[in-house]
Design a protein around this ligand. Structure first.
Ligand SMILES: Nc1nc2c(c(=O)[nH]1)N[C@H]1C(S)=C(S)[C@@H](COP(=O)(O)O)O[C@H]1N2
Ligand SMILES: [Mo]
Length: 347
């Protein structure tokens, strides 16, 4: 069952597709689930391996020229601070990369994720703004650099990516709980950042150090990898297996979810005939910024056979999913409508 030693939790084949050190959620695993992605099926993206951190000796160091009072915090001290709880998606910038190749015939290098490099959880923790204010953040502060305690990645050092001070002071959480439980090891125990709307790499796991600078900072994670990517674009997925077999008996109710790092989803349209006709899907449940919108649509196929399902969402900024995503050298931000193959069968 355990196809990789870099991830601690079980990765059963009906919930995950394993890619080297990372595990992609199968979208059919969201079928029948509530708003949140349970931990047992939440995707994992590790540059190296999940570290097992001893919380009794763990410290978070806050330092740098951008704060007046450097300090070190322990786990219990952090948990005693005022907390906030958010429902927020974490999505890898490379989510959907596979479709540059399979759908657009121009493969991009990197992990060949389908659409399952996203999950929505209920995160609880201390607003980063609160920690920065307590440390006496200066008006001259420019960047905030969180570093992970996982092993250094190749020769690039610890996983770390600068966040501009504006985003750090806006809605970032220093999180210690996921879906009501302490963070699991694979998702950053004891503490990770949660950066709403931004590419997953911003949400540094196994946080050990935060530097606040008065100049722009550069690390391999904003120069070599993930350069110039901040918010995630609009995407949609059906809660169905790839090549799912659906019975031809009465109307089917198909479920899915749509999301955008740039605002609420306001419309979802679905096509069953290759994009000739589009129908609006009905929304249900939450309608949150930085998370997803669940939807459903009923469909009564008349004939058995193969179909391509398509879903297209629009967010409150007016951004909508195109039919084609322009090539991206690293295969980030595939936002085109995905053609999801299914087969309708008799009985
Ligand atoms: N310290 C550390 N933080 C990290 C990573 C990592 O390898 N090390 N991977 C990043 C990437 S690329 C993504 S997409 C998210 C994935 O979060 P998850 O594994 O909890 O789903 O964590 C980010 N934070
Ligand atoms: Mo990622």
């Amino acid at each position: 069952m355990q196809a990789t030693a870099t991830i601690v939790k079980p990765l059963p084949g009906h919930l995950f597709k394993v890619h080297d050190g990372s595990a992609e959620m199968r979208w059919e695993a969201m079928s029948g689930q509530g708003y949140h992605t349970p931990v047992d099926r939440f995707f994992v993206r590790n540059h190296t391996s999940t570290p097992l951190i001893d919380v009794t000796t763990w410290r978070l160091r806050l330092h740098g020229a951008g704060i007046r009072r450097p300090r070190e915090l322990g786990y219990d001290e952090l948990r005693a601070m005022p907390s906030r709880t958010y429902d927020v998606a974490i999505e890898c910038a490379g989510n959907g990369r596979r479709f540059y190749g399979t759908q657009q015939h121009a493969p991009a290098p990197g992990t060949q994720w389908g659409l399952g490099a996203i999950g929505v959880a209920r995160w609880r923790g201390v607003p980063l703004k609160h920690l920065l204010e307590e440390a006496g953040v200066l008006p001259e502060a420019v960047d905030v650099l969180p570093s992970g305690l996982d092993a250094p990645f190749e020769h690039y050092g610890h996983v770390r990516r600068p966040l501009p001070i504006g985003k750090a002071m806006a809605d970032v959480l220093v999180a210690y709980e996921m879906n009501g439980e302490p963070l699991p090891p694979d998702h950053g125990f004891p503490v990770r950042l949660v950066v709403p709307g931004w590419v997953g790499i911003a949400s540094i796991k196994w946080l050990g150090d935060i530097e606040v600078s008065t100049t722009k900072l550069f690390t391999p994670w904003n120069t070599v990898f993930y350069a110039d990517v901040t918010t995630n674009p609009v995407k949609s997925a059906f809660e169905l297996a790839w090549n799912a077999r659906l019975p031809l008996d009465g109307p089917l109710v198909l479920h899915g979810r749509s999301w955008s790092g740039r605002g609420r989803i306001v419309r979802v349209e679905v096509s069953f005939d290759g994009g000739l006709h589009w129908r609006e899907a009905a929304h249900h449940g939450h309608h949150l910024v930085g998370a997803w919108l669940p939807w459903h649509v009923s469909w009564a196929p008349r004939r058995p056979g193969k179909y391509l399902l398509m879903a297209r969402a629009t967010d409150e900024t007016g951004a909508t999913q195109p039919l084609f995503t322009p090539r991206h050298p690293s295969g980030y931000h595939f936002d085109a409508v995905v053609q999801h193959p299914i087969q309708v069968v008799i009985g």
